[in-house]
Design a protein around this ligand. Structure first.
Ligand code: GLU
Length: 321
């Protein structure tokens, strides 16, 4: 399975999206990702969607989603579709309102014969780690895989089951716009992965694929911490019969100690930044960090879109600020 994607050759109207989880106010790193996603499509006359990834009811708050919308508007990152009350062609744009679409995709994946119920607890999974997981990653050993795979421990059928999907033991290849060529063997990276958890919650990997596919997204721009999800998602796009989007996994903003900015860094959240800077100052600063501007001078997103080119964007995994 090989994909070489050159987005500049694609004749269709580019469709990008920003898909924040509303677990807090956006910080500078979130804005950096949103800006690059917006610039990429706007520089080519494309469309931009805001999708709210609120599948985790414990962490998601509607008031955070409202602040995200307000902050994007303040920055000048306008959208064509999406948001809390979005009524566009792919509505609704809150994942918590899209369960029936995930159900349908799960049924389609079940029909491939590649899914199976899994009743392993976290402790079971840790106790049966596959041999590849030397760097701390958790690789599912395939304990509950149907026949043809050694059952490590028989399972009682009474507990609720998660649904996993079998992965092939071969490379999935694609070219990330920022990170370059990738070859990922899912059997080594993660093993058979979860589509729906035993408590009924949808896995990010399934929901994001269903949404990007049904929303017609042609390019996914997000932080490089999600680079290792792309191969799982390409695998699901293929099984569901959708064309996978192009991927651009952009650097993460980190502090001087190399720690990734998080929603806990209150001084860099949008509430604090909006009190100290204008939208143009922030956009100019981020454009400079990205490698688009020689110095951090104030600029509007629209003016930055005119000079945007992926070839100028810094190709590191992190940018220290
Ligand atoms: N909701 C994810 C986050 O906020 C992003 C998922 C994605 O862009 O695919 O980290």
């Amino acid at each position: 399975m090989t994909r070489d994607i050159d987005i500049s050759d694609d004749a269709t109207v580019p469709v990008g999206r920003f898909a924040p989880s509303p677990s807090g106010r956006m910080h500078l790193g979130n804005v950096f990702t949103a800006l690059l996603s917006w610039l990429s499509v706007r520089s080519r006359g494309g469309r931009w969607i805001l999708r709210i990834e609120d599948l985790d009811p414990q962490r998601s708050r509607l008031e955070h989603a409202r602040l995200i919308e307000d902050d994007l508007q303040w920055l000048g990152l306008d959208r064509d579709e999406g948001g809390i009350d979005g009524t566009g062609p792919s509505a609704p744009y809150l994942q918590s309102l899209r369960h029936s679409l995930y159900e349908k995709a799960l049924r389609d994946l079940e029909a491939t014969g590649l899914t199976y119920p899994c009743r392993c607890t976290r402790a079971d999974i840790m106790a049966t780690q596959a041999p590849h997981a030397s760097d701390g990653r958790v690789v599912y050993a395939g304990t509950c895989r149907p026949e043809g795979f050694p059952a490590v421990r028989p399972k009682a059928d009474s507990r609720p089951a998660a649904t996993r999907i079998m992965v092939p033991d071969r490379d999935i290849c694609f070219t990330d716009i920022v990170a370059g060529p990738q070859a990922v063997n899912l059997a080594e990276l993660c093993g058979d992965f979860v589509l729906r958890r035993a408590d009924g919650a949808w896995a990010y990997q399934l929901a994001v694929v269903v949404d990007d596919a049904l929303m017609g997204v042609t390019e996914v721009v997000r932080g490089c911490d999600l680079l290792d999800s792309a191969a799982r998602q390409i695998y699901l796009f293929d099984l569901l019969g959708f064309k996978a989007p192009a991927f651009a996994h952009v650097p993460l903003l980190c502090n001087q100690a190399g720690q990734r900015l998080s929603k806990r860094d209150a001084s860099l959240d949008m509430g604090s930044l909006r009190r100290r800077y204008s939208p143009e100052e922030l956009v100019g600063y981020l454009g400079h960090l990205a490698g688009l501007l020689p110095k951090p001078e104030p600029v509007t997103p629209a003016a930055l879109a005119e000079i945007f080119d992926w070839s100028k964007v810094r190709r590191s995994q992190e940018i220290r600020i």
